[in-house]
Structures are given as C-alpha cells and as structure tokens.
Ligand binder design. Structure first.
Ligand SMILES: N[C@@H](CCC(=O)N[C@@H](CS)C(=O)NCC(=O)O)C(=O)O
Length: 223
C-alpha cells in the first residue's frame, strides 16, 4: 500500500521537511497531501489525518503515524539498505543524540527565527539565539570531525540527523547568519542536495503568505 505523507506549506513547515527529505532519500515511492497552515479550516483538515492535530503525519498499510522523528525512524526501517541511520553503533548513537537534541531543543532559535524558506531578511541574533547557533555549529563541527569521513554530511553520507538540521540550514540562509567555515560548508552541502532543491523550489512557488510574527502562529509552530 502507498505511503502517504501529510505535510504543511513547504515554505513554512519545518517539521514537514524532515520526514519528506528522509522519504526522498529512502528512494521509496510516496504521495503527499499538503495542508496549508494558518487558515480557518487548517485544524479540521489536519485532524482528518493526524490524531495530534499536527503535521507531519504518515499513513501506510493501515498505520497512522505522527511526530516527525518517529516517522523518520519508521522510514529507516522500511528502507534498511539506505542506512538512514549510520551503520556503525557509536556514530548511530551520536546521530540519535543530535537528532533528539534538535527535536526537543533550540527554542530561542525556533521561535525568533521562524522558517520562511524563500525569504531573505538578515537579522542580528539575540544573545539567546546566538547561544543556540553556537551550540549547533559546535555539534555540527564535532560530528563532521569525528564521523564525517569522506562524505559531506554529519555522518559522512546522508542520515536522519541531516534531515533534522535541514530546516536550521534554511534559517541560517533566510536570516544571513554568519557561520564558521565548517558549518557554512555543511549548510552548502545540504542546500545542494537535489531533494532539498526540489523542496525549496516548491516552497518558492507557493502562493500562501503567513505572518510568522503573529503569536497565534508561533504558538502552534515553534519549529
Ligand atoms: N513535535 C511535532 C511538531 C509538529 C508541529 O508542530 N507541526 C506544526 C507545523 S510545522 C503544525 O502541525 N501546526 C498545526 C497548526 O498550525 O495548526 C513533530 O515533531 O512532528
């Protein structure tokens, strides 16, 4: 049975980007259902698919799954040959740690620099946001140095950890965040990924415009 991924607007929904990128990299066929956020019927529409009332959600073979990291885990199990988690145990453990850190952390960056893929609005980071940025650059550098091998990604070839940080890369571009060379090279590598290019082109083509500064949007999308 087909895999169906339910997502929000590509320009704004960072949580949707993560499993979408993992599905693309898995080589599995999937359909997508896009539900624009911040419209009067958004909650009702999402709730028809997702028990949490949030996107992303995945439907497969009678299973409905929500929470981006759980969806990524499931895709990795469906496509074991793609090694969407690193094959080596220590690398895999660190990949899971940095993915969990992204899933639960960096609240200042997430709330003060919301994802807006096609926008370009340079912004000076507040001290709290700069602390998040510094931690992210530090962890990227550690992963690249310890596990980067000959590849361009955190754990050499593409993994779920890279998908978790892909929306951070879009923020760094949107808000013109100055980065140390290793972090900048990593952002460039993510940017050049064909699937990432496909997402960014689709985001640029979307017509919905959301005021990401409004409290109601930030409350429901601190991603
Ligand atoms: N912890 C969830 C967060 C999902 C989430 O917050 N999604 C936002 C969109 S990026 C959403 O569905 N918002 C619903 C709304 O705006 O009504 C995950 O990892 O999937």
């Amino acid at each position: 049975m087909a895999l169906i991924l339910i997502i929000g607007n590509k320009n704004y929904s960072s949580w949707s980007l993560r499993p979408w990128l993992v599905l693309k990299q898995s080589g599995l066929e999937f359909e997508e259902v896009r539900i624009p956020l911040d419209l009067p019927d958004t909650t009702e529409q999402i709730s028809a698919y997702s028990p949490s009332g949030r996107v992303p959600a995945l439907q497969h073979d009678g299973l409905t799954l929500w929470e981006s990291l759980a969806i990524c885990e499931y895709i990795a199990e469906l496509a074991p040959d793609r090694h969407l988690w690193p094959a080596e145990a220590a690398a895999r453990a660190v990949a899971r740690a940095v993915s969990a850190e992204m899933h639960s952390g960096f609240s200042s960056l997430r709330s003060q620099m919301p994802v807006d893929c096609r926008a370009r609005r340079p912004q000076t980071a507040t001290p709290a946001v700069q602390r998040d940025i510094d931690r992210i650059c530090n962890l990227w550098q550690t992963c690249r140095q310890n596990f980067g091998g000959t590849g361009d990604f955190l754990f050499s070839s593409f993994s779920i950890a890279d998908a978790m940080y892909a929306p951070v890369a879009t923020r760094f571009v949107t808000y013109a965040v100055p980065l140390p060379p290793i972090a900048q090279a990593y952002v460039d590598a993510l940017w050049q990924l064909p699937a990432m290019q496909e997402w960014l082109a689709a985001a640029a083509a979307e017509t919905e415009v959301i005021d990401t500064d409004q409290d109601a949007f930030r409350d429901r999308n601190s991603d």
